[in-house]
Design a protein around this ligand. Sequence first.
Ligand code: MLC
Ligand code: AMP
Length: 510
Amino acid sequence: MNHNLFATFEKRMHERGDAPFITTREGRDYRYSDALDMVARLAGALVELGVGPGDRVAVQVDKSPEAILLYLASLKVGAVYLPLNTGYTSEEIRYFLGDAEPALFVCRPASLDAATQVASSCGDVRVVSLGTAADGGLMDVVAAASPVTDCLERDANDLAAILYTSGTTGRSKGAMLSHGNLGSNAEALVSAWRFSADDRLIHALPIFHTHGLFVACNVILMAGASMRFLPKFDADVVFEEIAQGTTMMGVPTFYTRLLKDPRLTRESTANMRLFTSGSAPLTADTHEAFEAATGHAILERYGMTETNMNTSNPYDGQRIAGTVGMPLPGVEVRITDREGKHHDALPQGEIGMLEVRGPNVFQGYWRMPEKTAEELLEDGFFITGDLALIDERGYVQIVGRDKDLVISGGYNVYPKEVEGHIDELGGVLESAVIGLPHPDLGEGVTAVVVPAEGATPQETEIIAALADKLARYKQPKRVFFVDSLPRNTMGKVQKNQLRERFKDTYAASS
Ligand code: MLC
Ligand code: AMP
């Protein structure tokens, strides 16, 4: 049996024939039959460009139907899809290309020169562009290439994708996801959330992360449903579209922004059957206010790049605010000693480290066997770095994070990476980067800096100096200066004290 995820999708796509798959506001629509045809042609282009089984295909392009079809074409030829955040700077891209050694880098047409320059320092990487109007060099290759008809045979454990996730050491790690990881999770979600061919998903997420790419697109493909592809989240556009949708998946910022709008009512959302939230904690206040405004209880779920989705509130049962529900079918969770002294499950109700096991859990970190062994235990459980408890009803509550991580608008920012760049700047002795409560983004990235002796660095200078180095979402929104950082007797910076001291920084922002 062919375990290639695309083989499963392909069967479903044939069945759906002329039914809509992706539609856009510009009318650049694909029926399933059109999509099958374009995937075959894109697969032909990949082969023509020298991509073979197991080769990485790195992609940093704006959201478009063709970008999703490129993902499917990459699966079809047995390549490993490697999506990259469109916000990454050339410096960040250099690291990913150097580490993943892709055979091909697909970039935006406007970035072709810069991308070619970066790639030239990263070995044998071919560069080609893809634009949002089905333009760019890739489409020229498509026009000349012969379509690929057969879907390459793959085992369930063969790699389908690598998604980079920053590490606590500051060095990004490539999470290796197999065909089996992605397929099993999509199947579990289709059934848990009752997706059917009649669903129309309002897709406003970016497509370079687990949420917008796998949770959203794989579920739609598995169910044979359709999605309305919006370039990004924009509340005005969502309100124009919502009457035609049945479902929406979002990060909490989507819901706090919708809630601020008087157009959010029972009537405007009457057609919708499901709103899901994840990637960051949804506050109980937002959950309750949304239900009061619309009658819909947002269904919160919990996942990670390394594990896909782990737990979900029930579709039919009670969706409890402040919880992430119960393990999905086939997924096991346990709460263990936070210090990692042992991995036996703690008594029910105790807070500890959340560990997960199941067919959803990744294959390890790309070329980092030691890091993999630290986090993926021999018994198959993965140490998430999230602190949680399981309540008396069996619902998981995420109560904090053991890892030093900020989540801003659903994007992860690892303080260590930002601190490393700030500490290199002239006039800076050292820094600590923290997340502070932010009404729009959940957490706002904030830097606390100790100036070098005699130096008087300015907030604007520090932020400006990071512009070429770090994606915009990782850059501090504010920088504060202090004489010294609070430390414990072991010399560790007491970030809790800094979070307490500056906690009201964004209280009035929106
Ligand atoms: C954009 N900016 C952000 C930001 N997004 N800054 C901090 N945090 C963010 N998340 C920058 C912009 O570049 C802009 O910079 C400025 O902040 C203001 O932008 P905005 O117009 O307010 O932002 P917007 O474009 O509306 O984007 C906000 C957002 C978006 C929340 C809609 O970030 C988003 O779609 N987030 C979803 C992230 C996601 O999909 N995460 C899933 C990860 S997978 P300037 O300089 O132009 O002013 C995962 C696993 C799981 O975690 O469980 O799902
Ligand atoms: P990422 O590495 O981008 O995949 O982010 C995964 C992290 O996002 C998890 O380890 C959690 O810390 C966080 N996360 C995802 N979903 C939720 C949720 N529903 N509630 C709280 N945290 C979440």
